[in-house]
Design a protein around this ligand. Structure first.
Ligand code: NAP
Length: 344
């Protein structure tokens, strides 16, 4: 009788799960660094199921996760031991800024490739078929076809959600972050800009780090002169200017605050039309945008149904309570669950 624990031709189900978790966790760390490309991870396993290396796509113009993992294995002198590749996204099949990853894997010692999510980009899709093509074809397993791996397939979809949103819907994934005090008010006490716990603040700053743009309202700017920088966790090195969109219909945005934000690394855009912002951001290559605004703008966002997931931090007498609503597999959920190198 077939061994039910052996899903792969080569290594155990436990090893596959472990490898995927490592690839996903490391890719989550790259949220906010890769746009307009997706965050992707690739783990290479040896014939005993041990992780040889995990590669991620660090940023646009640099190698994709598969190429990184293969190069890392080559540098470490273990490439000939690579037996199984676990990739969170279907390997690309086209020559863009970098050569096709399907070819890199075909030309590698890897015998089996597990794919977490299909490529939503029609230009790059077809990698799975190419990998299977004979001669020299690889065994390919799609997580979506394995009900016993549904949790990992969901995580890979969540990892891809910001990029897939931009490519398929022509708008970024939009997350709202809102804090409420014990009385359900969003407005901090006089003289304060926040009222949440240090842990909640860290989460908010992880979200800032992970997103490519921030959307706010002029009411928040006038009340708080917020900085919107990533401070409670390290930001990505060499980050290109991030977009900061301020909804402002009556030109009340203070020029000196705009100058400060520009100095702090933001590309500040004022907008009088909330509904046009998602398409404008997608045009500029934004995969994931975060809304940090007061009650007036959030009411307009709710009415327009503009959000994809919504994080509410409830201040209580004890630890803050966090609620997360989402319309689909949520990258914010993944971010919360994968605390990687940042807070260690
Ligand atoms: N607890 C939290 O999570 C949190 C987060 C952020 C801010 N806050 C607090 O919220 C307070 C400020 O709230 P707020 O409601 O006054 O400010 P807000 O929501 O940040 O900004 C309101 C402004 O957004 C613009 N706006 C609203 N709907 C729009 C639409 N459909 N299209 C384009 N622009 C639109 C309007 O600009 P015009 O006036 O030009 O029409 C409006 O004045 C502050 O006390 C701040 O501390 C709390």
């Amino acid at each position: 009788m077939a061994d039910q624990t052996t899903l792969s031709d080569t290594v155990s189900l436990t090893a596959i799960r472990h490898g995927f978790h490592a690839a996903i966790a490391q890719a989550v760390d790259t949220f906010g660094a890769t746009a307009p490309n997706p965050s992707v991870g690739c783990a290479l396993l040896d014939a005993d199921g041990r992780i040889l290396t995990v590669g991620v796509h660090p940023r646009v113009g640099q190698p994709h996760a598969e190429a990184m993992a293969l190069a890392q294995a080559r540098t470490a002198g273990v490439l000939d031991q690579a037996c199984v590749a676990l990739v969170t996204l279907e390997p690309c099949n086209h020559t863009g800024r970098t050569p096709p990853c399907s070819e890199a894997l075909r030309n590698s010692p890897v015998r089996e490739v597990w794919i977490g999510a299909a490529d939503p980009n029609p230009q790059a899709a077809g990698g799975a078929s190419r990998l299977r093509e004979m001669p020299g074809g690889k065994r390919v397993v799609m997580l979506a076809h394995r009900p016993d791996m549904a949790d990992l397939a969901r995580d890979c979809r969540a990892l891809l959600a910001p990029f897939a949103s931009r490519v398929v819907r022509r708008r970024p994934w939009i997350s709202v972050k809102q804090a409420l005090d014990e009385h359900g008010s969003m407005v901090p006490p006089p003289g304060q800009k926040t009222f949440t716990s240090p842990d909640s603040l860290t989460l908010a700053h992880r979200l800032r780090r992970a997103t490519d743009a921030i959307i706010t309202g002029v009411g928040t700017v006038l009340a708080d002169r917020p900085r919107f920088t990533v401070r409670h966790v390290p930001d990505h090195d060499g980050r290109t200017p991030r977009l900061l969109v301020v909804c402002d219909r009556h030109a009340r945005l203070p020029a000196d605050w705009v100058a400060e934000m520009t100095e702090a690394g933001f590309d500040v855009i004022s907008s009088s039309d909330l509904l046009s912002i998602p398409a404008m951001l997608a045009e500029r290559g934004v995969n994931w945008a975060m809304i940090e605004a007061g009650p007036a703008l959030l009411a307009a966002v709710t009415e327009a149904g503009l959000w994809d997931d919504w994080l509410t931090i409830h201040k209580t007498a004890g630890a803050d309570r966090i609620d997360l609503k989402s319309r689909d597999e949520s990258p914010l959920r993944l971010l919360r669950e994968n605390v990687c190198s940042l807070e260690s």
